[in-house]
Design a protein around this ligand. Structure first.
Ligand SMILES: NC(=O)c1ccc[n+]([C@@H]2O[C@H](COP(=O)([O-])OP(=O)(O)OC[C@H]3O[C@@H](n4cnc5c(N)ncnc54)[C@H](OP(=O)(O)O)[C@@H]3O)[C@@H](O)[C@H]2O)c1
Length: 290
């Protein structure tokens, strides 16, 4: 008997890692739901992975993607219509009689009033609860891979990266650990009805992050603390939509205030091993920063 698991957003930062880790599990068939087929090409080479085209705004593509699916790892992108997209996915899961949804949420999604990002995830979490489908919520802190995805280009060009986080500490997590926790939630037992807060092993300031990247790469990297007003105008000048600028700045303010500096031992509990340290992440992603 095989279990078919659909991973949405399968070419994204977390989705790709979930597909890779699920592909080596016996008895699991992975359906990688990809938006642009070209980005999903290399997932086809993994064992027991089928790639299927999926647009969250196109019901026909969703119907096909959900056919004969037992479980779903649900990821939606950071966009202002993410709640609508996620609700559509939950509706399709219900129609397809899906047995379990593991949803990628965010740390603090249960905090009132919380941040905008958390509120969006909370609304979707509640929608899943109301759907009656068994669920597990993964609530990770900020991804270590944000540094390789979003800060690497200025680190490479200028030896600097820019945020408005002051001396605030954040307990960033490696997405490989989020994926490992998600795999356990999908194939292990007893995870239904649970919400897991996932963090890395330590909280670091951006000055400390810069120090670690400098040591690992052997070149001096500096963190520049940007006043919020200046950060806002720069992001707007780069045509970032206003809702996104506001959400990003609210998040950075919360980091500055140490709202996300606590660590949990949930990764260890779920996977049986400690989460990656930032130094380990920096070693493994060193090429991105040079
Ligand atoms: N970054 C963080 O620090 C952090 C921390 C905690 C929680 N989160 C949460 O993590 C989630 C994002 O995960 P991620 O970073 O892995 O995402 P990501 O790298 O931005 O990838 C998003 C994925 O969604 C796909 N996608 C976009 N629009 C789509 C559509 N209309 N139909 C189908 N697929 C579509 C993208 O495919 P294409 O590229 O082909 O469009 C891509 O595969 C968000 O919910 C965010 O709130 C992020």
């Amino acid at each position: 008997m095989h279990t078919t698991i659909l991973v949405t957003g399968a070419t994204g930062t977390v989705g790709r890692e979930v597909v890779i880790q699920l592909s080596i599990i016996d008895g699991v068939r992975v359906r990688a739901g990809v938006h642009s087929i070209i980005k999903g090409e290399n997932l086809k080479r993994l064992p027991d992975v089928e790639v299927c085209e999926m647009n969250f705004k196109d019901r026909d593509s969703l119907h096909a993607a959900f056919t004969h699916v037992d479980k779903v790892f649900l990821i939606t992108p950071f966009s202002d219509d993410q709640v609508e997209m996620a609700k559509t996915l939950v509706d399709e899961a219900k129609k397809a009689n899906v047995k379990h949804i593991v949803k990628l949420s965010v740390i603090g999604a249960d905090t009132e009033p919380g941040l905008q990002l958390g509120r969006w995830h909370r609304e979707v979490e509640q929608y899943i609860i109301d759907s009656g489908i068994a669920y597990t919520f993964l609530r990770p802190s900020s991804f270590m891979q944000n540094y390789s995805n979003f800060d690497a280009s200025t680190i490479q060009k200028e030896g600097r990266f820019y945020h408005s986080t002051g001396n605030g500490k954040v307990s960033c997590i490696d997405v490989r650990d989020i994926a490992a926790a998600g795999v356990e939630a999908l194939i292990g037992t007893g995870h239904e009805g649970k919400a897991y807060e996932l963090t890395g092993p330590e909280a670091l300031t951006n000055q400390e992050v810069a120090g670690i990247i400098s040591e690992v790469t052997g070149r001096q990297v500096e963190f520049v603390d940007v006043p919020e007003d200046a950060a806002k105008s720069t992001m707007l000048q780069h045509h970032m939509p206003e809702w996104m600028v506001n959400a990003m700045l609210e998040l950075e303010r919360s980091y500055k205030e140490n709202q996300f500096s606590e660590t949990t031992d949930t990764v260890q509990q779920l996977t049986g091993r400690p989460p990656h340290s930032f130094r380990q992440f920096a070693e493994d992603y060193k090429e991105c920063f040079v």
